[in-house]
Ligand binder design. Structure first.
Ligand code: ARG
Length: 402
């Protein structure tokens, strides 16, 4: 079903919106809202398990009957409270979780996701080492590869370990005054947690945080510094303005989101870091441009000679374009994959088309899909999407606290 604007009245806004009755179909997520973990005590829900196994056979082995596998899964759940995915089921479920990610513009390539099956790994040292290996494999000499590392699942009475870091790489942030910061303000709470766990390194503007890992609910949080080689960064320069380099901006190459749980067929994998390549606007518009992040626009506008005393000079807009151009130029000059929002938007429409031909809908959050600059100059702006069902699984979901 393709939902139309008139039925949904989806506001064009990135602000959190409170769903009112009749605003969007029951059981779907309001724009900006994300699915949350449904499986909480490590006990696999048999109905979700059966639905997933059926989906697996439908899509991967349509000539075979799923019934024998379903019987074994139900038996295993009866005996142990949960069940173990085959490696193929895990790979398929993980790819579909990406396919179902309503906020992701990059889903055209969902089938080529590399799934690292690390379900036997639960010790913090080993998790940290595998995260480092993940980062190196994903960077891949600059040709960024999309990878997921799946660590131990929750089981009844034995929750899986949790990576507390929001991404495998994040820059520390500390407040230096009422409105001033050193580093990335977004990561202030994580920086505090790292400090509380015993991390003492000094914080500069772009200091990677250590990985924070908690092996079980009441256990101490462990920190692991990322070794040299795990964090590749690109200094930001501009193709025309030489002064740009003097801003001292930089960014890392691998965006590996690590704070979401992966739910497949009633099983919850609480640590399943996944990365893709960046789209320029993520870094150029949001990370470096947002007022509550690196807030570089006033400095850039001043160097451009623009009047920042009036909104009407459009200094923010003009600075944003130069900043995005600089980020794209810098990554590409360094030989690192970096998408531009025009190409990635067109690819997304290609994905919609492909999925339609496969008889599937593409649940999508408009407010996350349209890029933060030049929205209407990209094709994803000019249409509406299927809403995201709150119970759509397999999915990456916001983890509930232990
Ligand atoms: N927007 C986040 C960031 O700027 C990264 C989210 C994942 N992005 C991606 N291209 N896979 O760090």
């Amino acid at each position: 079903m393709v939902a139309r604007q008139e039925e949904l009245r989806i506001p064009h806004s990135r602000c959190p919106v409170t769903a009112g009755p009749g605003m969007w179909p029951a059981g779907t997520l309001a724009p900006g809202a994300e699915p949350v973990q449904a499986v909480v005590d490590g006990t696999a829900d048999p109905a979700s398990a059966v639905a997933f196994i059926r989906q697996y056979y439908r899509e991967c082995a349509p000539a075979e009957t799923p019934e024998p596998r379903i019987r074994r899964v139900i038996e295993e759940i009866d005996e142990t409270g949960t069940y173990t995915h085959t490696p193929e089921e895990l790979r398929f479920g993980t790819k579909v979780a990406w396919r179902n990610a309503g906020r992701c513009l990059g889903r055209l390539y969902w089938q080529s996701l590399v799934v690292r099956d690390l379900r036997h790994v639960r010790e913090p040292e080993q998790i940290a080492a595998e995260c480092v290996a993940h980062l190196k494999q994903a960077h891949n000499g600059g040709r960024i590869r999309s990878i997921v590392s799946v660590f131990a699942p929750d089981r009844p009475g034995r929750p899986g370990p949790r990576i507390l870091s929001e991404q495998l790489i994040r820059y520390a942030g500390v407040r230096t005054g009422e409105k001033t910061w050193r580093g990335d303000p977004r990561n202030a709470a994580l920086t505090d947690r790292a400090r509380a766990a015993g991390w003492t390194a000094s914080v500069d503007r772009f200091t990677p945080l250590p990985l924070l890992i908690q092996p079980e609910p009441a256990a101490a949080v462990r920190w692991f510094g990322l070794p040299p080689g795990a964090v590749v960064e690109v200094p930001i320069t501009h193709p025309v303005y030489r002064w740009f380099a003097g801003l001292g901006a930089r960014w890392y190459t691998v965006a590996a989101v690590s704070h979401l749980a992966l739910e497949i067929g009633g099983v919850c994998y609480p640590s399943a870091p996944q990365n893709g390549w960046y789209v320029v606007t993520e870094v150029g518009a949001r990370n470096l441009g947002d007022e509550h992040r690196y807030h570089l626009l006033p400095a850039i506008a001043e160097r451009l000679g623009l009047d920042i005393g009036t909104d009407a000079s459009l200094w923010r807009d003009r600075a944003l374009v130069e900043l995005n151009l600089a980020v794209l130029h810098s990554f590409r000059a360094a030989g690192v994959t970096m998408g531009d929002h025009h190409t990635e938007s067109r690819r997304f429409l290609q994905h919609l088309d492909r999925e339609r031909r496969a008889g599937r809908t593409v649940p999508t959050d408009w407010s996350w899909t349209v890029p933060p600059i030049s929205g209407s100059a990209t094709p994803v702006f000019h249409r509406y999407y299927d809403p995201v069902p709150a119970d759509l699984r397999p999915a990456f979901v916001a983890r509930t606290p232990w």
